[in-house]
Write a protein that binds this ligand. Structure first.
Ligand code: AHG
Ligand code: MN
Ligand code: MN
Length: 345
């Protein structure tokens, strides 16, 4: 294989890309740029661990149960600690919140606070870790609302439409970082030989014609009539309502991986409200560090994210780990879900 020589490939690192983006904001201070670097660095470190999980004794469970009531995998804990420790001393953040931690994560008092808020799911798709299936990290960045000092819960509970930036890392056949700061969605692939995220997917737009739908149909019996009929529509068996051609089902059980495939190929991911567990009538997935950041990215790529009734980005979060039903992907498919729910629920 002829390797492209440096001069004939336009190599854009994520650092250069973010700097170029921030240059278009005259008031930009560069802090967001550095914050995104820090997150990319955390992604590189986590990636280095996920690719050798089986070798480094970090497969399997820790034996702890987290605030979600789920067993914490060793890689969940490692990713969670990595992101916190890489960001808690940079004077860029007022406060953080993690899927793995019950309460907000205060900046240690020996460090200064900054103007941003970082919310994150350190490792998404944990149930897949031991089976070598793609997993990911999801993050959302907001401006702090409080004036100064240590950030508060209020800083973490903001509507998705006020998000400053969002993104995810996906640890799969390659490691990618996909982010938006409100000016389109851009994808970078980690080149392990140089340890850089290089621009490979500029200005991602969700394709007009959707190719996939992603949902855990094993739970169909727990779904509402509207969601069941929407699913039958996607399957092409709902009378007098033909779905888009060539829709196929793909469901990996890692939201980031399902979302990423649908973003690039067109499609919808949904995790509806279900009666499976009376403690969680709104389904399994969380608003502030799963649904909202991925909806912001979808919207920036020409798609849409809804809770079945309204734009997910309009929802005012009431609590850190609040769960919401979510339908995210091609606008037409998400609006079709809303239509079925309106009509039959
Ligand atoms: P997490 O590992 O962060 O808890 O997220 C797992 C989520 C999401 O990634 C995935 O889509 C969903 O759980 C799968 O849930 P089911 O097994 O209930 O389908
Ligand atoms: Mn998750
Ligand atoms: Mn997680």
């Amino acid at each position: 294989m002829v390797m492209p020589s440096i001069d004939d490939t336009k190599i854009v690192t994520i650092e250069r890309h973010i700097l170029n983006e921030q240059r278009t904001y005259p008031e930009a201070t560069g802090v967001l740029t550095y914050l995104l670097y820090d997150i990319a660095l955390a992604g590189k470190v986590i990636a280095s661990q996920t690719t050798r999980a089986g070798l480094a004794e970090i497969l399997g469970r820790t034996g702890n149960i987290n605030v979600q009531g789920e067993e914490v995998m060793k890689l969940d804990e490692l990713a969670d600690r990595m992101i916190f420790n890489l960001n808690n001393h940079t004077n860029r953040l007022a406060v953080m919140a993690s899927e793995e931690q019950e309460d907000i994560l205060r900046i240690p008092e020996q460090y200064g606070t900054g103007k941003y808020v970082l919310l994150y799911d350190p490792l998404d798709g944990s149930s897949n870790i031991d089976f070598n299936v793609s997993i990911g990290t999801i993050f959302a960045i907001y401006n702090r609302k409080t004036e100064s000092g240590l950030g508060t819960l209020e800083d973490c509970l903001q509507k998705g439409k006020d998000m400053v930036a969002a993104g995810y890392m996906i640890y799969g056949a390659s490691t990618m970082l996909v982010y938006t700061s409100g000016r389109g969605v851009h994808g970078f692939t980690l080149d392990p030989s140089v340890g850089e995220f290089l621009l490979t997917h500029p200005n991602i737009r969700i394709p007009e014609i959707p190719r996939y739908f992603s949902a855990n149909q094993a739970y169909m019996k727990y779904w509402s009539e509207g969601v069941r009929r929407f699913t039958r529509y996607l399957q092409g068996v709902e009378k007098d309502d033909a779905p888009p051609k060539s829709l196929s089902l793909r469901y990996i059980g890692s939201m980031v991986a399902d979302f990423h495939r649908n973003l690039l190929a067109g499609g919808i991911f949904y995790y509806p409200a279900d009666s499976k567990d009376p403690r969680y009538p709104n389904g399994k997935l969380r608003l502030i560090y799963e649904g909202a950041p991925l909806s912001f990215i979808a919207q920036q790529a020409g798609g849409y994210g809804s809770d079945g009734y309204r734009n997910l980005l309009d929802i005012q979060p009431e609590s850190l780990h609040q769960r919401v039903p979510m339908f995210i992907g091609n606008i037409e498919l998400v609006e079709k879900a809303e239509e079925y729910i309106r009509k039959f629920d």
